[in-house]
Write a protein of this length. Structure first.
Length: 143
């Protein structure tokens, strides 16, 4: 399919905002992955337990979610069709990560109802990213 006219300004604004959002996710992942023993001890017992007991597959899903989100948004901004499957992969990473945290590790008991706002926002943004990329592809803005 040939590219249609250039994407509108709002496409670029949304794409950059999504990239920044995912960049914050990468920063959170790296910050957690590089926690010092002192920083880990400063956390509540529940938070510490959630981090140290997380299985490798759930940590890998977290990495796929955040790094896939950045890669997908970069692909979106350079107008590549590969943005769609990469963002779908990122969304799957979010599902696996959140599934482990809230269904298996009982993160709700640690973070409470207020602590579910950010995970809900993460899920909503991941869903929006996939929708947005698919819409851009359908409009011919991605090659």
């Amino acid at each position: 399919m040939a590219l249609s006219e250039k994407p509108p300004l709002w496409f670029w604004i949304v794409g950059v905002l999504l990239l920044l959002w995912n960049g914050m996710g990468v920063a959170a992942y790296v910050g957690e992955a590089t926690l010092t023993a002192e920083a880990l001890q400063a956390l509540s017992e529940g938070q510490r337990t959630l981090i140290v007991s997380r299985p490798a597959w759930a940590t890998a899903a977290y990495a796929v979610a955040v790094f896939g989100g950045v890669a997908g948004c970069l692909l979106l901004l350079i107008r590549r069709r590969a943005a769609v499957p990469v963002l779908v992969l990122s969304l799957l990473g979010v599902f696996v990560q959140m599934g482990h945290a809230f269904l298996m590790a009982d993160a709700f008991a640690v973070v409470g109802a207020a602590g579910t706002v950010l995970p809900a926002l993460v899920l909503a943004c991941a869903l929006f990213e996939v929708w947005f990329a698919r819409r851009a592809r359908a409009r011919g803005w991605l090659r």
